[in-house]
Design a protein around this ligand. Structure first.
Ligand SMILES: *Cc1c(COP(=O)(O)O)cnc(C)c1O
Length: 399
């Protein structure tokens, strides 16, 4: 074992039947948007999620876009979105020419239900079944709820609010495949299957990967059929090229799905490894004064996709860049949480609603190595290196 091999933040894990199934797809000549692996992966996902109908597509972004199209979100609508997540959660709102309004997160990184409720109650008024934004007269049509790092949002509260104000709920479960509730009203229910729509991603850094890929589900199985139809250029007839809608080239390929079927077989083992390593890290940081590993929501079994280390900013005043660069030089790959989406150029000047928690997290959260192939020894080495670097930057050194 190479003792000082670089420990990356997150890399794919292909230890199962990926090559075998990909070979089968190539040998069969079914490499594109038709083939048995696609339906097989859809069946695996539906069974795993206890969902009636799941459609595989090209990416998580495509899944979110299909959901917005199917929900009828358009130019006269507002969609409530999070500021602190990957920008792909918000871009599809723009593809539909709708207006995003950024609602703060709570301590879970996910949308703050209290602020969501206050926005609906104070900034809007219900006209029949339409929630109208008083400032613009636009319809507040939908909310995109991201289960950040695999941590479940407070769906009990969010779904109650959505029902009261007639909002369509689109769950961005791209980071949360496998996260589910163990207590409360939704015990046994999985991220992405609680709202009106749920989107998943199989990008290279997600818990399972097909290189690039995604899937979409919906409470109403007929809507999934419609999104599957939209994803194949809305082709009504396979032989005569009849189309009744504008479709997209968003269907997953059989070659991607071959890898996906193998990855789905590995998912239970990946979930276990994520949990074991999370618990190892938690024990290794429990007595650190400079940083602590944040817990996931109580009453849930999260997939623990990413681990969030909260740096104590009263003690460690180095910039994120300094910390990450130093760790990189010492062989540990880490990452800052995302920059706020409302501060990115395409969204600068867009409306925000009482953002306080999101900016605080943006300045203090470090993601640490979490690959499903990460060995116990690597967790120990990563944790020791991170602790040493933070201590070197900490005020305790200056005293
Ligand atoms: C990864 C991710 C996406 C996009 O998924 P792709 O498959 O890369 O298109 C969307 N939202 C969030 C929160 C993500 O982390």
């Amino acid at each position: 074992m190479e003792a000082n091999r670089f420990i990356p933040l997150s890399v794919p894990n292909f230890a199962g039947n990926e090559r075998k199934y990909a070979d089968e797809a190539v040998d069969a000549g079914w490499v594109s948007t038709g083939g048995a692996f696609i339906t097989r992966m859809e069946g695996q996902l539906a069974a795993f999620l206890h969902a009636e109908n799941v459609a595989c597509c090209q990416s998580g972004t495509a899944a979110l876009h299909l959901a917005l199209v199917d929900a009828g979100v358009g130019a006269d609508d507002i969609v409530l979105v999070p500021p602190l997540t990957f920008i792909a959660a918000v871009n599809p709102v723009r593809y539909q020419h709708a207006q995003p309004v950024f609602i703060d997160c709570d301590a879970s990184f996910c949308m703050d239900p209290e602020k969501l409720r206050r926005f609906c109650a104070e900034e809007c008024e219900l006209q029949g079944e339409r929630l109208v934004d008083k400032a613009t007269g636009k319809t507040v049509k939908a909310v995109v709820v991201v289960h950040v790092f695999g941590n479940l949002a407070d769906m009990e509260s969010i779904l109650d609010i959505a029902e009261a104000y007639h909002l369509t709920v689109i769950e961005d479960a791209t980071e949360a495949l496998g996260s589910h509730y163990t207590a409360g009203r939704f015990a046994g229910r999985y991220a992405g299957t609680l709202g009106d729509y749920g989107a998943y991603s199989f990008n290279g850094n997600k818990i399972i990967t097909t290189g690039g890929g995604g899937a979409v589900t919906a409470r109403d199985p007929q809507r999934v059929d419609h999104m599957r139809y939209l994803s194949t250029q809305a082709k009504d007839d396979p032989h005569y090229y009849i189309h009744h809608e504008v479709g997209y080239n968003y269907r997953m390929t059989n070659l991607q799905a071959a890898v996906g079927v193998a990855q789905m077989e590995e998912l239970p083992a990946f979930l276990l490894r994520k949990k074991e390593n999370y618990e190892r890290y938690a024990a290794l940081f429990v007595d650190s004064e400079d940083a602590k590993l944040l817990p996931y929501r109580a009453g849930t079994e999260p997939n623990r996709w990413f681990y969030a280390l909260a740096i104590d900013r009263t003690r460690v005043q180095a910039t994120m860049r300094e910390i990450i660069t130093t760790l990189e030089q010492r062989g540990v790959g880490t990452r800052a949480i995302w920059g706020l989406i409302n501060e990115q150029r395409p969204y600068a000047g867009e409306r925000t609603y009482h953002l306080t928690q999101a900016p605080a997290y943006a300045a203090s959260i470090l993601n640490i190595p979490c690959s499903t192939s990460l060995a116990a020894e690597e967790v120990e080495r990563a944790a020791a290196t991170i602790r040493m670097v933070l201590r070197d930057f900490s005020v305790s050194r200056l005293q």
